[in-house]
Design a protein around this ligand. Structure first.
Ligand code: PSU
Ligand code: MN
Length: 309
């Protein structure tokens, strides 16, 4: 068990997460930016609850990570989720912002990067999300590369995601991950998934079809002292896939609008997500929910396989 003294900062564990970590049971970390900045209330709360339940149904324990009044929570009760999902002025926290949320006793939502940092402090190895941040289109002039990618290069947590949204430059994102030494494992696919659609057409160098192979790979990587995360790229279920042409048009419109409005920095990703939700009239949100639940299921199976090694 990690004590507050050893860690110098207190993590507030939920009872079920503390119990699971003490008994080496499977735990799946879940992020909170998707709750505060990814979907409106009350859909955000519904999805947060449902994702946790999918993890439990698969025999693992969910650990939603967020900061409330400066306290870092690892695992949240339903009541805390209800409160968090409705709070205004929640700060989107990536690596850069985490210490400010804690020292300033603020509310903070953790991105993929920040969730990896907290999960790693807590001793959680597997994390389920929707999509990761990446290299933005036009990054050659804006330099906008998500801190998710550098975090994946150094922190030992594996992230199950449905690839990355085509609001990003996906070929450049894969190149950057290769540079950072991050394995991208296609789960039952040879291609990098594009979030709303099952394939970006970009071929991956690794494919695995079962959770125990992934668990063995991760254990070997970390046993070899090769620090850093991995991406388990799990395509959206076929039944929930959106039309690629329709989504590409929506994305181009969203990017154009962000440029007209001069949006940059940490505001850009939430802006694009909100705009996409609006112009697809809710279709993107239905797909988003389906893929997050699917990722939570796969992450649970991998976490269980890892706990059995
Ligand atoms: N992409 C999505 N949905 C999301 C995010 C990204 O399709 O909710 C969120 C995640 O929390 C991710 C963050 O870590 O946005 C990346 O933000 P940025 O590009 O500012 O690093
Ligand atoms: Mn950015």
């Amino acid at each position: 068990m990690i004590s507050a003294i050893e860690m110098k900062i207190t993590l507030q564990f939920s009872d079920e997460v503390r119990d699971a970590l003490e008994h080496n049971k499977a735990v799946v970390a879940l992020e909170s930016t998707i709750i505060s900045h990814g979907m409106p209330y009350p859909q955000n709360l519904e999805v947060a609850d449902e994702v946790e339940n999918v993890v439990r149904e698969h025999g693992a324990v969910p650990a939603t990570i967020a900061i409330l009044d400066g306290v870092v929570h690892v695992g949240m009760s339903h009541d805390l989720l209800v409160s968090f999902a409705q709070r205004k002025n929640v700060m989107k926290c990536s690596r850069r912002d985490l210490a400010l949320a804690v020292s300033g006793k603020l509310d903070g939502a953790t991105t993929v990067a920040a969730t990896m940092i907290i999960a790693s402090l807590a001793g959680i190895k597997i994390f389920a999300t929707g999509g990761i941040g990446g290299v933005h289109r036009n990054a050659e002039s804006t330099f906008d590369v998500s801190a998710d990618l550098t975090e994946l290069g150094k922190t030992n947590v594996a992230v199950v995601s449905a690839g990355a949204k085509a609001i990003l430059d996906l070929p450049k994102t894969l190149e950057y991950l290769e540079t950072m030494g991050v394995p991208v494992i296609g789960f039952g696919t040879d291609f990098f998934p594009a979030f709303y659609t099952r394939s970006s057409g970009l071929k991956l160098s690794m494919t695995m079809n079962d959770p125990s192979a992934v668990a063995k790979f991760l254990k070997t990587k970390w046993d070899m002292g090769i620090d850093g995360g991995a991406i388990i790229a799990n395509p959206i279920p076929e039944s929930a896939e959106l039309n690629p042409m329709e989504i590409e048009t929506a994305i181009s419109n969203a990017i154009q609008k962000s440029q007209e409005d001069g949006i940059s920095g940490k505001e850009l990703t939430p802006f694009l997500l909100r705009y996409l939700n609006d112009i697809t009239a809710g279709k993107s949100q239905v797909a988003n929910k389906a893929l997050v639940l699917n990722n939570a299921a796969v992450a649970s199976r991998i976490a269980i396989a890892l706990s059995e090694l």
